[in-house]
Design a protein. Structure first.
Length: 229
C-alpha cells in the first residue's frame, strides 16, 4: 500500500468500524445486562470503537485536523476502562490508561485555551465549548482512576456504574459523529438535525436511565442477570 493510499483506506476502515460500533452499541445497550448477547455485542463494540478511533486519528493527521487527532486515543481509553471495570486485566494497564487520560486532558485544555485566546470558537466544525466538555469529562475520568490506583476495589453498583457511563460516553462520541457529523452522507430526506439528533443523543439519555436503574440493590439485581469477572 502506497503512502498516498493510506488516507482513503483509513477513511474506509473508519466508516466500516464506526458502522459496526453503532450497531453493536445499540444491541448492547438494549440487551439484558450481563446476558450472553450483551457481553458479545459489547466486545464487538469495544473492538470496533478502538479500530474506528485509530483510523480516525490517521485520517485527522492526513487532513491536518489537529483538534481531532486525539479523538482515537480518547475513545480507546473510555471503552477499555469501561471493559476493565467488569473484567480487570493488569494494574500496569490501569496505570498506562490513567496516564493517557491525564495527558489527553492536559493537552485538551491547552489546545482549547489557545484557540480561545486567538478568538477561535469553532475549529474544523467542532465548537471549542464541545472540546472543553470532552476534556473536562476526560479529566474527571482520570481523577476517578486515581482511586483504583490507590487500591480501591469496585463492587456492586459502583462497578457497574463505572462500566455503564464510560461505555455510554464513548458510544455518544460515536453516534454524534456518525449521525450528526456525517449527516450529509445520509439520504436527503433524513438530513434533518432534529431527526438525526434522536439516535445521536440516545446514548446519553440511556446512560442516565441505566444509572437510575441501578441506584439501589434491588434495581442492580434486576438489571444484571449474570456476573462477569
Amino acid at each position: 500500500m502506497s503512502w498516498n493510499s493510506l488516507e482513503p483506506a483509513s477513511l474506509a476502515v473508519h466508516i466500516a468500524a464506526g458502522s459496526v460500533a453503532v450497531l453493536a452499541g445499540y444491541i448492547a445497550i438494549f440487551a439484558a445486562k450481563g446476558a450472553a448477547l450483551h457481553r458479545r455485542s459489547g466486545m464487538v463494540f469495544v473492538y470496533a470503537m478502538i479500530v474506528m478511533g485509530m483510523a480516525a486519528t490517521v485520517v485527522a493527521i492526513f487532513r491536518d485536523l489537529e483538534n481531532l487527532v486525539l479523538s482515537g486515543p480518547l475513545v480507546a481509553y473510555f471503552v477499555i476502562t469501561a471493559l476493565t471495570a467488569v473484567r480487570p486485566i493488569d494494574r500496569r494497564l490501569d496505570i498506562g490508561l490513567f496516564l493517557i487520560a491525564l495527558t489527553l486532558a492536559i493537552l485538551g485544555y491547552f489546545r482549547a485555551g489557545n484557540e480561545l485566546a486567538h478568538g477561535r470558537y469553532v475549529v474544523n466544525g467542532v465548537p471549542v465549548a464541545m472540546s472543553l466538555l470532552m476534556t473536562s469529562v476526560t479529566m474527571v475520568a482520570a481523577v476517578s482512576d486515581v482511586r483504583l490506583l490507590r487500591g480501591a476495589v469496585l463492587v456492586g453498583r459502583s462497578r457497574i456504574a463505572r462500566h455503564l457511563w464510560r461505555m455510554c460516553w464513548a458510544f455518544w462520541i460515536a453516534t454524534g459523529s456518525f449521525f450528526l457529523g456525517q449527516m450529509d452522507e445520509f439520504p436527503v430526506w433524513l438530513q434533518k438535525p432534529a431527526l438525526m439528533a434522536i439516535p445521536a443523543v440516545a446514548p446519553l439519555v440511556l446512560m442516565f436511565y441505566w444509572l437510575w436503574r441501578i441506584r439501589g440493590r434491588r434495581g442492580l439485581s434486576r438489571l444484571v442477570v449474570t456476573t462477569t469477572t
